[in-house]
Each structure stands twice: as structure tokens, then as C-alpha cells.
Design a protein around this ligand. Structure first.
Ligand code: AMP
Length: 285
């Protein structure tokens, strides 16, 4: 397994492998790898000849008051996980390599980025869109994997890849959860013991919304209130949003028809948790 630090070495490596007819699978991450990342890496390992994992805590997607400085960094542990999973290349550039002096281009996907996470974190998605565009153009993967856990991010990436005619296919992998339903996240390490016990309430609320839809409820507002009641039953939780949305546009749905995505974010102490649950109503036969 190789660790590549510079953009030019990354681009050279990919170009050489493509010339040799090798297919490249890519999993972009910010490191502090967990079982969710491992699942994406395994899917890439199964589908492609060579696997690249990027580990880059991208400064441009953090707001000025956010946790960039204390975001967990553990390259040695991450390297061990990647080695075990048969990764070929870890691409771990420095911020200076990705954003050299004079850098000024921004990729924005304004409509999909406006609501939900975009409201809470105003410049977040343009940071994500810009870095993902750079990573995809450096690695030139045949297939890149993203997690459903970050549903809005996956939607933004799908849109930019389509709009900018980026080559390769994108695959969204289902969310990997703890046994009590909490979605795995590198930020879960910040949770206190009590907060960790409370945290699955977000998934429970989204599941309650999904169950209501499956039980025949179609009114978006009603489902949203049901989810909000579930999270606020826990006094230590501050809800940020709980929403019933169209999975393609991410706009709130007044009435659920065939497909919906239930999106949620809560605050538990200093930690923000986000999650989502997709719902499809089967037509009655
Ligand atoms: P991050 O390192 O948090 O930026 O995540 C890197 C990739 O892993 C993103 O595409 C995430 O959506 C994905 N990911 C993070 N957590 C999970 C999870 N619990 N299940 C599946 N994918 C995940």
C-alpha cells in the first residue's frame, strides 16, 4: 500500500493504471475511519482492480466556529484499517497541496445545498463540492463510493458530477449503524456516555416517521411533528430539523406520494448528529 501526498503524484498514478487497463475504485473520506468507511472500502475492493482512499480533513467545508482544529485525526490507525482491507493507495494531501496560494475556484450546487445542512452550515457544501470535484479529477475513478448517511452531500455530488460531465460512476452505500440504530460517524467519539445513550433517538424518530407513512399517513407536516415529538421527549436534545422531503429535490413534501426521504439533525451538547431514512410506498396490488 502506497501513501501519496501530492496532487501530481496522485494524477500520475491514476493515469498510469488507466493506461494499463486497471479499474480504479475510490472512497473519499476525512479519516478517523470506522465501520461505515470500511463498508464503502469493501464494496470498492469487490468491484474494482485497485482502490484509492483519500484522507483529507478539508478546511473549506468547515465554518469558522466549527470543529476543524479538533476533528479526529488518526492516520496510523486509518492506515492499518486500509492495509487490512487491501487498499492500494491512501491519498493524504496537505491543505497546501490541495489549495496552493492563488487558489480561487469554487464549485457550488446552490439549489440542493440551500436547505437543511446548508442552512445550518452556509459554506459547507461549496467546500464539499469543490474538494470532491478536485478529488474526482485527480483520482479519475471508474467508480466512487459515497455514504447514504450524508444524503444531502450525496445528492450534491451526484448533481455536480452530472452537470460537469465528470467521468465514472457514483455509488451511494447504505448507512452502517450501531446495534442500537445510531449511524456511525467519526464525530460520535465526542459524545459523553449519557449523550451516547440518548443519541439513537434521532434514528428512532425517523423510523417513527417512516412507520407512520407505511401505516397510511401522507401529510408531511403531521409526520414532521411526530418526528419532532419523538426527539424532544429527550430533554437533552435540541432538534435542528426533521423534514419530510422529495428525495430528488430535497424540498419539503406537503403530501407524501411514492418516495420520500426523512432527514433529521439534532444537537446533543456540543455534538451535531444527522441521519436519514428513505421511504418508498409500495403500490397496492
Ligand atoms: P467522512 O469521513 O465522514 O467525510 O465520510 C466519508 C464517506 O463515508 C462519506 O461518503 C460518508 O457519507 C460515508 N460514511 C460516513 N459514515 C457512514 C456510515 N455510517 N455508513 C455509510 N457511509 C458512511
Amino acid at each position: 500500500m502506497k501513501t501519496i501526498r501530492t496532487t501530481s503524484a496522485m494524477a500520475d498514478w491514476s493515469r498510469r493504471l488507466h493506461r494499463e487497463g486497471v479499474t480504479i475504485g475510490f472512497v473519499p473520506t476525512m479519516g478517523a475511519l470506522h465501520e461505515g468507511h470500511r463498508a464503502l472500502i469493501r464494496a470498492a475492493r469487490l468491484a474494482c482492480d485497485a482502490v484509492v482512499v483519500s484522507i483529507f480533513v478539508n478546511p473549506t467545508q468547515f465554518g469558522p466556529t466549527e470543529d476543524l482544529a479538533k476533528y479526529p485525526r488518526q492516520l496510523r490507525l486509518d492506515r492499518a484499517l486500509c492495509l487490512k482491507e487491501g487498499v492500494d493507495v491512501i491519498f493524504a494531501p496537505t491543505a497546501e497541496a490541495m489549495y496552493p496560494a492563488g487558489f480561487q475556484t469554487i464549485v457550488a450546487v446552490p439549489n440542493l445545498a440551500r436547505l437543511w445542512e446548508g442552512e445550518a452550515r452556509p459554506h459547507h457544501f461549496q467546500g464539499v463540492a469543490t474538494v470532491v470535484t478536485k478529488l474526482l479529477s485527480l483520482v479519475q475513478p471508474d467508480i466512487a463510493w459515497f455514504g447514504q448517511k450524508d444524503f444531502q452531500q450525496a445528492a450534491v455530488v451526484r448533481q455536480l458530477a452530472q452537470d460537469l460531465n465528470l467521468p465514472g460512476k457514483l455509488v451511494v452505500h447504505p448507512t452502517v449503524r450501531e446495534s442500537d440504530g445510531l449511524a456511525l460517524s467519526s464525530r460520535n467519539v465526542y459524545l459523553s456516555v449519557h449523550e451516547r445513550k440518548t443519541a439513537p433517538v434521532l434514528y428512532r424518530a425517523l423510523q417513527a416517521g417512516a412507520a407512520a407513512i407505511r401505516g397510511g399517513e401522507r401529510r408531511g407536516l403531521h409526520i414532521q411533528r411526530l418526528m419532532a415529538r419523538t426527539v424532544t421527549a429527550e430533554r437533552s436534545v435540541t432538534p435542528e430539523y426533521l423534514a419530510v422531503c422529495d428525495p430528488s429535490t430535497l424540498q419539503p413534501l406537503q403530501t407524501v406520494q411514492r418516495h420520500a426521504i426523512l432527514l433529521g439533525a439534532i444537537r446533543l451538547g456540543a455534538v451535531r448528529l444527522l441521519d436519514n431514512v428513505p421511504v418508498t410506498i409500495r403500490p397496492q396490488s
